[in-house]
Design a protein around this ligand. Sequence first.
Ligand SMILES: [Zn+2]
Ligand SMILES: [Zn+2]
Length: 193
Amino acid sequence: MSENTSIIWYEDFLGVAYRYFDVRMNIALMFPERKKASNLWLETVHWWNDHTIKVRFVETGDDYWFIIGADSRKPSTNKYFYKILPISDNYDRFKKGHHGSAIIRFAVYSKKFFGDVKNDELCNCGHRKDDHDDEQNNDCLYEECKCKKYESFQVNLLKKKKVVTNFKFLSEKEVKDDSLAWNCFNRHKYNKE
Ligand SMILES: [Zn+2]
Ligand SMILES: [Zn+2]
């Protein structure tokens, strides 16, 4: 296979969230800012030919490569996306729970602090806001918990979406037989070794 050097790869996003929403599993690429995310969608994914959208998950030990791309009706601004992410419970749940199709969308990821949330909202440590000290550092009051400061996060899914049915879970050995995964690995890994 020869590399398709015209592909522009984009990895400047925070990660991927997997969410059930409207029955189907959603794969959400997370961005820190709504405006930037919507603009990027409008110049890239918006123009994708739906039946050409492909997603590849390539597991490499504790991490996996998330790779997505498609043919575009507006190739001049098209981009493919990839990101190396730690294998997580949510990823495993998606891998086992999808039924052959998923929804692609963008999302805005924001951190929330003590003053931003109601008493019953869980901290990243797993305990409620009102289990945290409300006077000084907002550290967790559970003795066994190491949390020093209340912090949680919120993922807001943006409305625009596309359906993808062509996704594959690959090992790195199988990358050479898949043009999308191979293009990504060739550019970002093999050419650098
Ligand atoms: Zn906490
Ligand atoms: Zn805690």
